[in-house]
Design a protein around this ligand. Structure first.
Ligand SMILES: [Zn+2]
Length: 216
């Protein structure tokens, strides 16, 4: 599926990912990945692993503590559970990304919405499918689905400290670019959620591109 969608774009590789599908690629240190919200109001639920030692992975706790801010934007550095910098957001036309809301699952659909929502497509199922189909050799399983970033997703923190899912801060064509500071395995679920406004009740495609860059 990923191969079918791949197009040459100059020296870059580019993919279009439909809602409910995944994208799993290794980004070498120095490479940049761009995620584009093609139609706006979409959520791209993304996991990051150290490609050379995948039991090291993105940590929301360490990232928030290090940057002393709840949201991610240009200048944010994503920190691993071992305290190492994994990637830096080098450009961002959306302005704000969530890392508190987690990802949708059959279980959360059931608890939040209704019992019959359990079998709807979900980000956690997309991640598991990707790891099983593409990376079974490294042995990542359900227990390795830890913290994620929700690019383009609007999850404001209320004055009382609660979380709400709101209509998006993103719009058509808005994008975020991350430069890898180590070899990183990037696993995106383009969210198929239909039960809350994170996708505007209309999940739409995203585009992903990657290219090589020089680290200063
Ligand atoms: Zn989702």
């Amino acid at each position: 599926m990923q191969e079918q969608n791949e197009q040459a774009l100059g020296a870059n590789a580019q993919w279009e990912i439909q809602a409910g599908e995944y994208w799993l690629q290794e980004i070498a240190a120095g490479e940049t990945v761009r995620i584009t919200d093609l139609h706006g109001n979409q959520a791209a639920d993304t996991l990051f692993f150290n490609a050379d030692s995948p039991f090291e992975r993105y940590s929301a706790f360490d990232t928030i503590r290090t940057q002393q801010a709840l949201y991610l934007t240009k200048g944010s550095t994503l920190i691993s559970n071992l305290g190492k910098p994994m990637l830096t957001i080098v450009d961002d036309t959306c302005g704000r990304h969530d890392t508190l809301g987690g990802a949708c699952s059959g279980e959360s659909n059931t608890v939040r919405y209704a019992l019959e929502k359990k079998t709807m497509h979900s980000c956690r199922n997309s991640w598991l499918l990707a790891l099983h189909k593409e990376y079974a050799h490294i042995g990542l399983t359900k227990r390795d689905l830890a913290h994620n970033v929700n690019f383009f997703m609007n999850v404001p923190v209320t004055p009382e400290g609660g979380l709400t899912f709101e209509d998006g801060v993103s719009g058509p064509g808005k994008y975020v670019e991350l430069q890898a500071l180590m070899n990183v395995l990037v696993l995106i679920s383009n969210c198929p959620q239909l039960n809350n406004p994170c996708n505007g009740y209309n999940p739409t495609p995203i585009a992903v591109a990657k290219w090589s860059t020089q680290i200063d």
